[in-house]
Each structure stands twice: as C-alpha cells, then as structure tokens.
Ligand binder design. Structure first.
Ligand code: FES
Length: 251
C-alpha cells in the first residue's frame, strides 16, 4: 500500500521502502547529491542531500532515509543551504580549489588551455574534469567563493603505470562511487579504501597495481568518478564529450 508524504508543500504518494531522494526525483524535485550514483545502494557519506523533516531533531540524508506515512519534508531552506555550504567547505579543505576560486578563473578558462596538461592538478585549468565536475557544479550552485579551512594537499603521486587509466587521488572526495560500482555492479573488488582516518584514500589491497589485482579495465569506476580523480588516458585532455552513444563495448 502506498504512503502519503509532503515534500516542499506538495502532497505526493510513494511506495514503502523508497527513499526520500527517490520519491523527490521521481516528482522532479532536485536534491543535491555527490556520493549517490544510479544503480548503487545508498552510501550516505557526502551528506549533501540533507533535508529537514518536521518534528525530527536532526537533518537526515534523503538518500538513506526511507519514506514514512505522513512525513513533511523540506529540501530547501536557508538552514539547509548553510549546512550544505559548510559540508562543501570541509570537502574543499582536501581538494585543490584554484579552478573554483581564483579571481582570474574566467581569463584562465579562455586563454590558458595548455595548462590543462600539467602532471599534477594543483590549480586553474589543469584538471581533466574541469567543466565536467560535480564538485565544481556544487560549489557554483552554493556560491562559495573562498576556502574556509586550512587546506591540506595530500601530495600523492599521480598513478600512471596501468595501461588505460590515470589516477590522481589528490582530487578524490572519498565518495566511494568507484569502489561501490566495482563491488555492486561488476562483482569485483579492485578499488578499496586503504589506510584510516585523515589518511584514508582509495587504492588497491596490498598496494598491488590494477593489473596485479585483476582489474579488467572496464571503465565503470572512471565513469562513476564525480571529479577528475580517475581518467581514461586516451580521452584525458579531450574536454567534455559532445555526444553519447549506447554501446556494449567498454573500450
Ligand atoms: Fe546522500 Fe551523499 S547523496 S549522503
């Protein structure tokens, strides 16, 4: 039996077991997300999708909270906007942000295309995902214009040894989409979280190369990455794709 809920004043019907995010999306209501990815179970790690529910003391994540009959949900408010902005600021304390905040950003975008080929991404246009990055989109959407916390650059070497992909985990936001897509949709466990606490990053077990770990280089992890951390070598500097085709061939 379906349940009735209210989102932003709209009365909607939902199926038991659906999450607030699923119901909102199916009715055209946008909630910002970063760790959510089609076909994957909810992760609840980025917390960008926090919402207010009348009578609840906290702000639960829409992607992990199942609907209940009669709940009244707000997906946009000044309070939620400031919470999401703060969450983004914390993410940016570990993510190079010059492509986001430099006052010369616009000039750079138009004139300094060659900068895109820098070996390590520390700023400006040297990120292969520049212009196609979910984090960049969110920062623009929330109008952030400076870094709020001390920045810690991870200074990890870009991994270029494997034949098809480059990996720059300085740009990783630990959303786990690459790990979960490999586990849940492809039933392999090549990428995983390594180390703990502030040292946590994505890697392979026992520091193996991806070839040694048995990776088939299907490209699903690259496609799932919301930033410029994972890149297909052949298209790394090609910019945004101008079209998409359906194909069964991963290469
Ligand atoms: Fe809900 Fe990341 S999308 S916590």
């Amino acid at each position: 039996m379906s349940v009735s809920i209210k989102i932003n004043g709209r009365c909607l019907s939902a199926e038991p077991g659906q999450t607030i995010l699923e119901v909102a999306r199916s009715h055209g209501i946008e909630i910002p997300t970063l760790c959510d990815y089609p076909g994957l179970p909810s992760h609840g790690s980025c917390r960008m999708c926090v919402v207010e529910i009348q009578g609840w003391p906290n702000t639960p994540t829409a992607c992990t909270t199942p609907v209940a009959d009669g709940i009244v949900v707000k997906t946009e408010s000044e309070y939620l906007r400031s919470l999401r902005s703060d969450l983004l600021r914390m993410l940016l304390a570990e993510h190079p942000g010059a492509c986001l905040f430099c006052p010369e950003n616009q000039n750079c975008e138009e004139c300094m295309i060659t900068l895109r080929k820098a070996g390590v991404t520390t700023g400006c246009r040297s990120c292969p995902s520049d212009g196609a990055c979910t984090l960049q989109d969110l920062v623009k959407q929330y109008g952030l214009n400076s870094v709020a916390y001390p920045v810690r650059y991870r200074a990890l070497a870009v991994e270029k040894e494997d034949p098809f992909f480059d990996r720059d985990y300085n740009l990783c936001v630990l959303c786990g989409r690459c790990i979960r897509v490999c586990e849940s949709l492809h039933f392999t466990h090549i990428p995983t979280y390594v180390k703990r606490g502030s040292q946590t990053r994505v890697g392979t077990s026992f520091g193996q190369s991806h070839i040694e770990a048995g990776c088939s280089f299907c490209g699903a992890c690259v496609e799932a990455c919301p930033t410029g951390a994972l890149w297909d070598k052949t298209s790394k500097w090609d910019g945004k794709p101008d079209s998409e085709v359906q194909s069964t061939c991963p290469f």
